[in-house]
Design a protein around this ligand. Structure first.
Ligand SMILES: Nc1ncnc2c1ncn2[C@@H]1O[C@H](COP(=O)(O)OP(=O)(O)OP(=O)(O)O)[C@@H](O)[C@H]1O
Ligand SMILES: [Mg+2]
Length: 624
């Protein structure tokens, strides 16, 4: 069974290589041409060396003097061959490198492009770590055999050439070649087949060892406070021991096969000398021919190993390729429609949910997916502010995702200005709505780039205007390099509230006609939060206010809304003004009051927008 599977792997691996050749035929041709040139020059060099011995050295020894002309000719021939060999190696290496790295880059782009095209539902099912390794190590592994492939193809041509030249020289010597070359080839195949599973195991254990290390360093706080040092060390030691054993078994195999691969050609040379001496005595071959063939056997041994390298990489390549294909072939498109929603004068948009039902896809297909939203119907009229209030897990973020079409409802409709969002073009959707997510995401880039995101028509003036609306102009102006300040990965050099206001400014810079704020100002001082919302409702520049759907908890924020939608367990339980709901819906009053109490307690122990130690130079305006 094992051999059946490995034959299968070779077959599938060769198909992957075929795919690579189809994608880069010209570069592959260059690399193989270089490799074949090299192979032919290897054979030629053997015959020239033979010629030098037979025609220059032997007569010179007999005569006691060297013929200058013959020596010069031999030197020129060897030099010419060396130059061609160098050209061949250059072409092969360059071509193989080009091909390998080009394919890697192409597929990395395709995989990441696919990630961005796949709907959020797919991302919910796939861990970030897996996505990273698909785009990095899997793509790399898929194309590992490309590096030695041209060498191996050239070597096959060379072996055929060598056998032909042997037959042209002498049939008896050719028989030695026919015995040795296939044996060398077979030995390489056996070697790589035995090696592949050992290498794979070592590779897997390497990943596990670094995974465990990563986990225990990352969780150092937990490990230490829970007194788990000994257990963690033991867990690591066990895996490290497995890795050691796996690597030793790789070494053992090398220890057995490497000497055999070295010895076999030498035995061939020995056989050539024995057979050749007999044939020489019979007068069937000359000294030149004998030396040429003996030399040929010694120079052939190395290139033959290239075939083994390709075979050894095939299992890894197939595994990587399978994982890459899984991404590229993943279905679940979220196709966009054809309708453009771009009014001549930007006016606030109307958002309407009608009888929306939604459930997240289960992590595994056989598990039932729980319904998260049911019968959700509400409207955010043009220019109005609607607050979405509800206990944790009620489905507020899910409603926000549906409103900006990160996910589609299972039934019911979400419309913008009366058009089903599924019928809108991607560009239209992006220019109409903006979501400020519950967890702010900041790119490892400048403040400016984080706000413009390379969108056209957003100059510094627009950036500052957006920052002002988000009440973020103060702290950005105080940054050492203003808009050009680099903010660390995920905004680590910013406080929570600063991060939130930066992402809010990013959404505002695109002048959306509907703004969806998912708890987007929770880390901002309550007074600033209310000021931001008031500013959005009545822009200072006199422009039209956007329609706003805001997930909020704070009384001051909610009180600014024209209407409050109260959700519990994925259903709209009540709606009305804040005052109405406080008076009539007990759950609502409890929630708002409880939140207020918690806030007050927190406020006594902490201030908002504390300066993080990383950026002690930052001035923070808590009270603007
Ligand atoms: N990616 C997901 N996959 C599966 N279930 C999810 C996913 N995201 C959320 N849920 C579930 O959907 C329900 C609603 O979640 P949602 O995030 O919309 O709540 P929320 O009202 O925003 O809560 P919070 O106030 O804590 O932000 C919860 O029961 C949650 O467990
Ligand atoms: Mg939420």
């Amino acid at each position: 069974m094992a051999s059946g599977t490995s034959r299968d792997v070779v077959g599938r691996g060769l198909r992957v290589l075929g795919q690579a050749i189809r994608e880069q035929p010209r570069i592959f041709a260059v690399a193989v041409t270089g490799s074949v040139l090299f192979g032919l020059m290897v054979i030629a060099s053997a015959y020239v060396v033979g010629g030098v011995v037979g025609k220059v050295v032997v007569p010179a020894v007999a005569r006691g003097s060297v013929a200058d002309g013959a020596l010069a000719l031999a030197a020129a021939a060897l030099f010419g061959i060396s130059v061609l060999r160098v050209v061949g190696i250059f072409g092969r290496r360059l071509g193989a490198g080009y091909m390998q790295y080009r394919l890697q880059a192409t597929y990395r782009r395709r995989v990441t492009r696919r990630y961005l095209d796949l709907p959020l539902a797919w991302h919910h099912r796939n861990a970030t770590g897996t996505l990273l390794s698909n785009a990095n190590s899997d793509v790399e592994a898929a194309w590992y055999p490309i590096a030695p492939l041209p060498f191996a193809v050239g070597t096959l041509v060379m072996l055929v050439g060598a056998v032909v030249s042997l037959f042209l020289t002498d049939w008896a010597l050719a028989l030695v070649g026919l015995a040795v070359f296939p044996a060398l080839f077979a030995l390489n195949v056996v070697y790589s087949r035995r090696m592949a599973p050992r290498q794979a195991r070592a590779q897997r254990l390497r990943a596990e060892v670094s995974g465990i290390a990563h986990e225990s360093f990352d969780g150092a706080l937990v490990v230490k406070t829970m007194g788990r040092e000994a257990q963690e060390t033991a867990r690591f030691a066990a895996r490290a021991g497995d890795l050691r054993d796996a690597l030793i078994s790789v070494g053992k195999l090398r220890g057995v096969f490497d000497p055999m691969l070295e010895t076999l050609p030498s035995l061939g040379t020995l056989a050539v000398l024995v057979v050749g001496a007999i044939r020489f005595r019979q007068g069937a071959i000359t000294v030149t021919e004998l030396v040429s063939v003996a030399f040929l056997f010694t120079v052939l041994a190395f290139p033959v190993r290239a075939i083994g390298w390709v075979l050894a990489e095939l299992p890894r390549s197939v595994a990587g390729w399978d994982r890459v294909r899984r991404v590229l072939d993943a279905t679940g498109e979220m196709p966009y429609g054809e309708v453009a929603l771009d009014p001549a004068t930007p006016a606030p948009a109307t958002l309407a949910f009608h009888d929306v039902h939604f459930g997240y896809e289960p992590a595994e297909a056989h598990l039932p997916g729980a319904q998260v939203l049911g019968e959700v119907t509400f409207t955010v009229p043009a220019g109005k502010t609607v607050a979405l209030v509800g206990p944790t897990g009620a489905g507020k973020s899910t409603i926000a995702s549906l409103a900006v079409r990160l996910v589609d409802p299972d039934s019911g409709t979400v419309t913008l200005d009366g058009v089903d969002v599924r019928e809108l073009t991607a560009a239209s959707l992006a220019s109409t709505v903006a979501l400020v997510a519950q967890v702010p995401f900041v790119f490892d880039d400048t403040v400016r780039a984080n706000i413009t995101l390379d969108r056209p028509g957003i100059g510094d003036e627009e950036v500052w205007a957006a920052l002002r609306l988000a009440e973020a102009d103060g702290f950005v102006a105080a940054l050492p390099e203003g808009l050009d300040t680099m903010v660390g990965e995920r905004g680590t050099s910013l406080s929570g509230g600063q991060r939130q206001r930066l992402t809010l400014a990013r959404a505002l810079a695109g002048r959306p006609r509907l703004l969806v704020l998912d708890d987007a100002t929770s880390a901002v001082d309550p007074r600033v939060e209310a000021a931001i919302l008031a500013g959005l409702r009545a822009p200072a520049d006199g422009g039209a206010p956007a329609s706003i759907l805001v997930v909020a908890y704070r009384r001051a924020t909610i009180a600014l809304a024209d209407e409050v939608i109260y959700v519990e367990h994925g259903r709209v339980v009540a709606r009305g003004t804040h005052t109405d709901l406080l008076a009539t819906v007990p759950g609502y009053a409890d929630l708002v009051t409880a939140y207020e109490q918690a806030e007050q307690e927190r406020e006594q122990t902490r201030t908002y927008d504390e300066v993080t130690p990383l950026t002690s130079g930052l001035e923070v305006e808590v009270d603007r």
